[in-house]
Design a protein around this ligand. Sequence first.
Ligand SMILES: *Cc1c(COP(=O)(O)O)cnc(C)c1O
Length: 361
Amino acid sequence: MRVPLSRPDIGPLERRYVDDAITGGWISGSGGYVKRFEEAVQARLARSHAVAMSSGTQSLEILLQALGVGRDDEVVVPALTFAAPAAAVASSGALPVLADITEETWTIDPAAVASLITPKTKAIIAVDVMGHPCDYQALEALGIPIIEDAAEAHGSRYRGTLTGKFGVASAFSFHANKAITTGEGGCVVTDDTELAEKVRLISNHGMSASRPYHHDVVGRNGRMTNLSAAVGLGQMERWEDLITGRFRTGTLYESHLPSAGLTSRPVADWAFVTPWLYTVLLTGRDRAVTALRDAGIDARAVWPAISDLPIYKAGVRRPCPVASYISARAMWLPTWSAMGEEVICEVARHLRPVIEQVQHS
Ligand SMILES: *Cc1c(COP(=O)(O)O)cnc(C)c1O
């Protein structure tokens, strides 16, 4: 049995919308589906504005530009995350300063952030890593603007509130391996009208709405296509199914994986986590990844800590031991919303002997 890491769930509804977009001739960055998709995202997350983007990374880069972050500034980012937030900060000209994560949540440690704040600190990018929300009360108490990166956290909750509602603005990704997908895509959501307008302006070449080809700011093209938005609208309308399905996959893993020799990622009692990729922590991680891959199962070691990547070492002001520790021991198991129990059993069947071997060696 070949098992991919993830499998997008695109149904007849998305096909119908894409077909309609093509028939209507609106296929690029303006068109009815972009607007309907933005309305669906904005309504779901209870934010005042949503601006669809070509990717999660563009969402972060444009947000940083809109907030005026640039040369000689610093932005604190977690030491364990997909690298896009650190790269977005570096692309702005600012320095990504790396803060360690907590053992209890694997998200950015508010105490570590506090120790890294300087007069140059312009923002914190709080990443809801692998679906786990950050400790927003503790982060907000620091008084630095927060950008929430909820790219991996569709459907997760912090103290009952859906992620995407924290900080001055939140960025989402709709890449194929995220819980809600548009192929490639992203979105900025915010309650700040001025910020939303600025984000939209930058993403649309910085072009004045009233004077064609007059550019008010240095712009980019960060727009989502109407085709992607057609897929996205279908996905947003199937939100409950897709999110519940992923949660169910996590629960099935919990019941089929061995209880000794491995633990699933920790979840704080104030957090509700919709698994992005189901994540486990074990000794002998690399052996387990190899065994699964030999069996045709696309399990993966998690990212190296950003703090251990040479290109980001200028931002390592304090050691980030927890990020390095988790990075060396955690792995992702194949995860998607409509994953059958037999597939989960197959993954568990191949994982069990490796764990037993490690325990007895
Ligand atoms: C996937 C991801 C991104 C980047 O999103 P793209 O749509 O792939 O550009 C940013 N941040 C995090 C935490 C991610 O997981």
